[in-house]
Design a binder for this molecule. Structure first.
Ligand SMILES: [Zn+2]
Length: 294
């Protein structure tokens, strides 16, 4: 495993941060328990090269691991992952997922006769299947092949060069950016798959919704994955850091006026998030700003 150091805040770029979760013998023990129960011991020994410490950006409040495994090691870690308990992971979309994709389909149809969607970081493809059910022409990109699953109606890609310079009406990134070391860099890179009209649907976990003290049960309580589980999640977003990340990526959230008719449920959440209520704070429909287009 090669170590990657992320010194500056991945969202706002600030170099000033506070150490908010420290390394301790007890936390190392919990990390090794996580390694055993979730990954069959694959992460054993990583604690010698990685501090396991979490920093908080002084400027935007973002949380992240300043010491991370390299991408190849992360993919190998995912491959060793197993469900902690309960039934096998669902592969079919829920009604709520199909409903969200149907609303997006209305939004696109109001502007274009084509309705193509790229599900970026598709995992097992539940959102891609929801998009198929909503009537989109769907492509799915998943770099960790063991996560993806077959579906005749979806065109699967496992590397970005395979997609070429294709553009899409929708780019969907559902719970992707918390897994990558440089979310701003990724969002800038995939602009190549967007036109000025392309709508991005981006959602990440909101650390403010974590029940209880973030540090108390870090990194593993023995049963459930922590919202900052090393190294499944590399980042913990809050509303401020999420919006800062969008801004530095050249993205602007769509206004409630633009989405109100086609996506009323989404628009209501945006209004609630705007007055400080704990829904929809780290989920957005956005477009790349034309002023930065070239
Ligand atoms: Zn920051």
């Amino acid at each position: 495993m090669k170590r990657v150091d992320v010194a500056n805040c991945p969202c706002c770029g600030s170099g000033e941060s506070l150490l908010v979760i420290e390394r301790s013998p007890e936390r190392i023990g919990r990390f090794l328990l996580l390694s055993q129960k979730k990954y069959g011991g694959f992460m054993d020994g990583w604690e010698a090269d990685l501090s396991l410490e979490v920093h908080r950006c002084i400027s935007c409040g973002h949380l992240w691991f300043r010491q991370q495994p390299d991408q190849q090691s992360l993919f190998a870690m995912y491959a060793h992952g197993q469900r902690l308990k309960g039934r096998p992971a669902a592969t079919q979309p829920s009604g709520a997922m199909v409903s969200q994709m149907t609303a997006l389909q209305r939004l696109v149809r109001a502007r274009s006769s084509e309705t193509s969607l790229l599900d970026f970081g598709s995992g097992s493809g539940r959102w891609a299947r929801a998009a198929v059910q909503a009537g989109f022409d769907v492509a799915a990109y998943e770099p960790a092949p063991e996560r993806s699953s077959a579906c005749d109606d979806i065109q699967w890609f496992s590397s970005l060069p395979e997609i070429g310079d294709r553009t899409f009406n929708i780019l969907n990134l559902e719970q992707v950016l918390e897994h990558v070391p440089d979310p701003v860099g990724l969002m800038r890179r995939i602009r190549t798959h967007a036109t000025p009209e392309t709508i991005l649907r981006i959602s990440v976990p909101d650390v403010a919704r974590h029940a209880g003290d973030l540090a108390a049960d870090f990194p593993f309580d023995g049963e459930r994955m922590h919202i900052l589980s090393p190294f499944e999640h590399l980042s913990g977003f809050c509303q401020v850091s999420f919006l800062k990340m969008l801004e530095r990526s050249g993205l602007a959230p769509m206004s409630v006026g633009e989405t109100a008719i086609c996506c009323p449920s989404y628009s209501l959440k945006r209004l609630m998030a705007g007055v400080g209520l704990p829904w929809g704070r780290t989920a957005v429909l956005a477009r790349y700003k034309c002023t930065q287009w070239n």
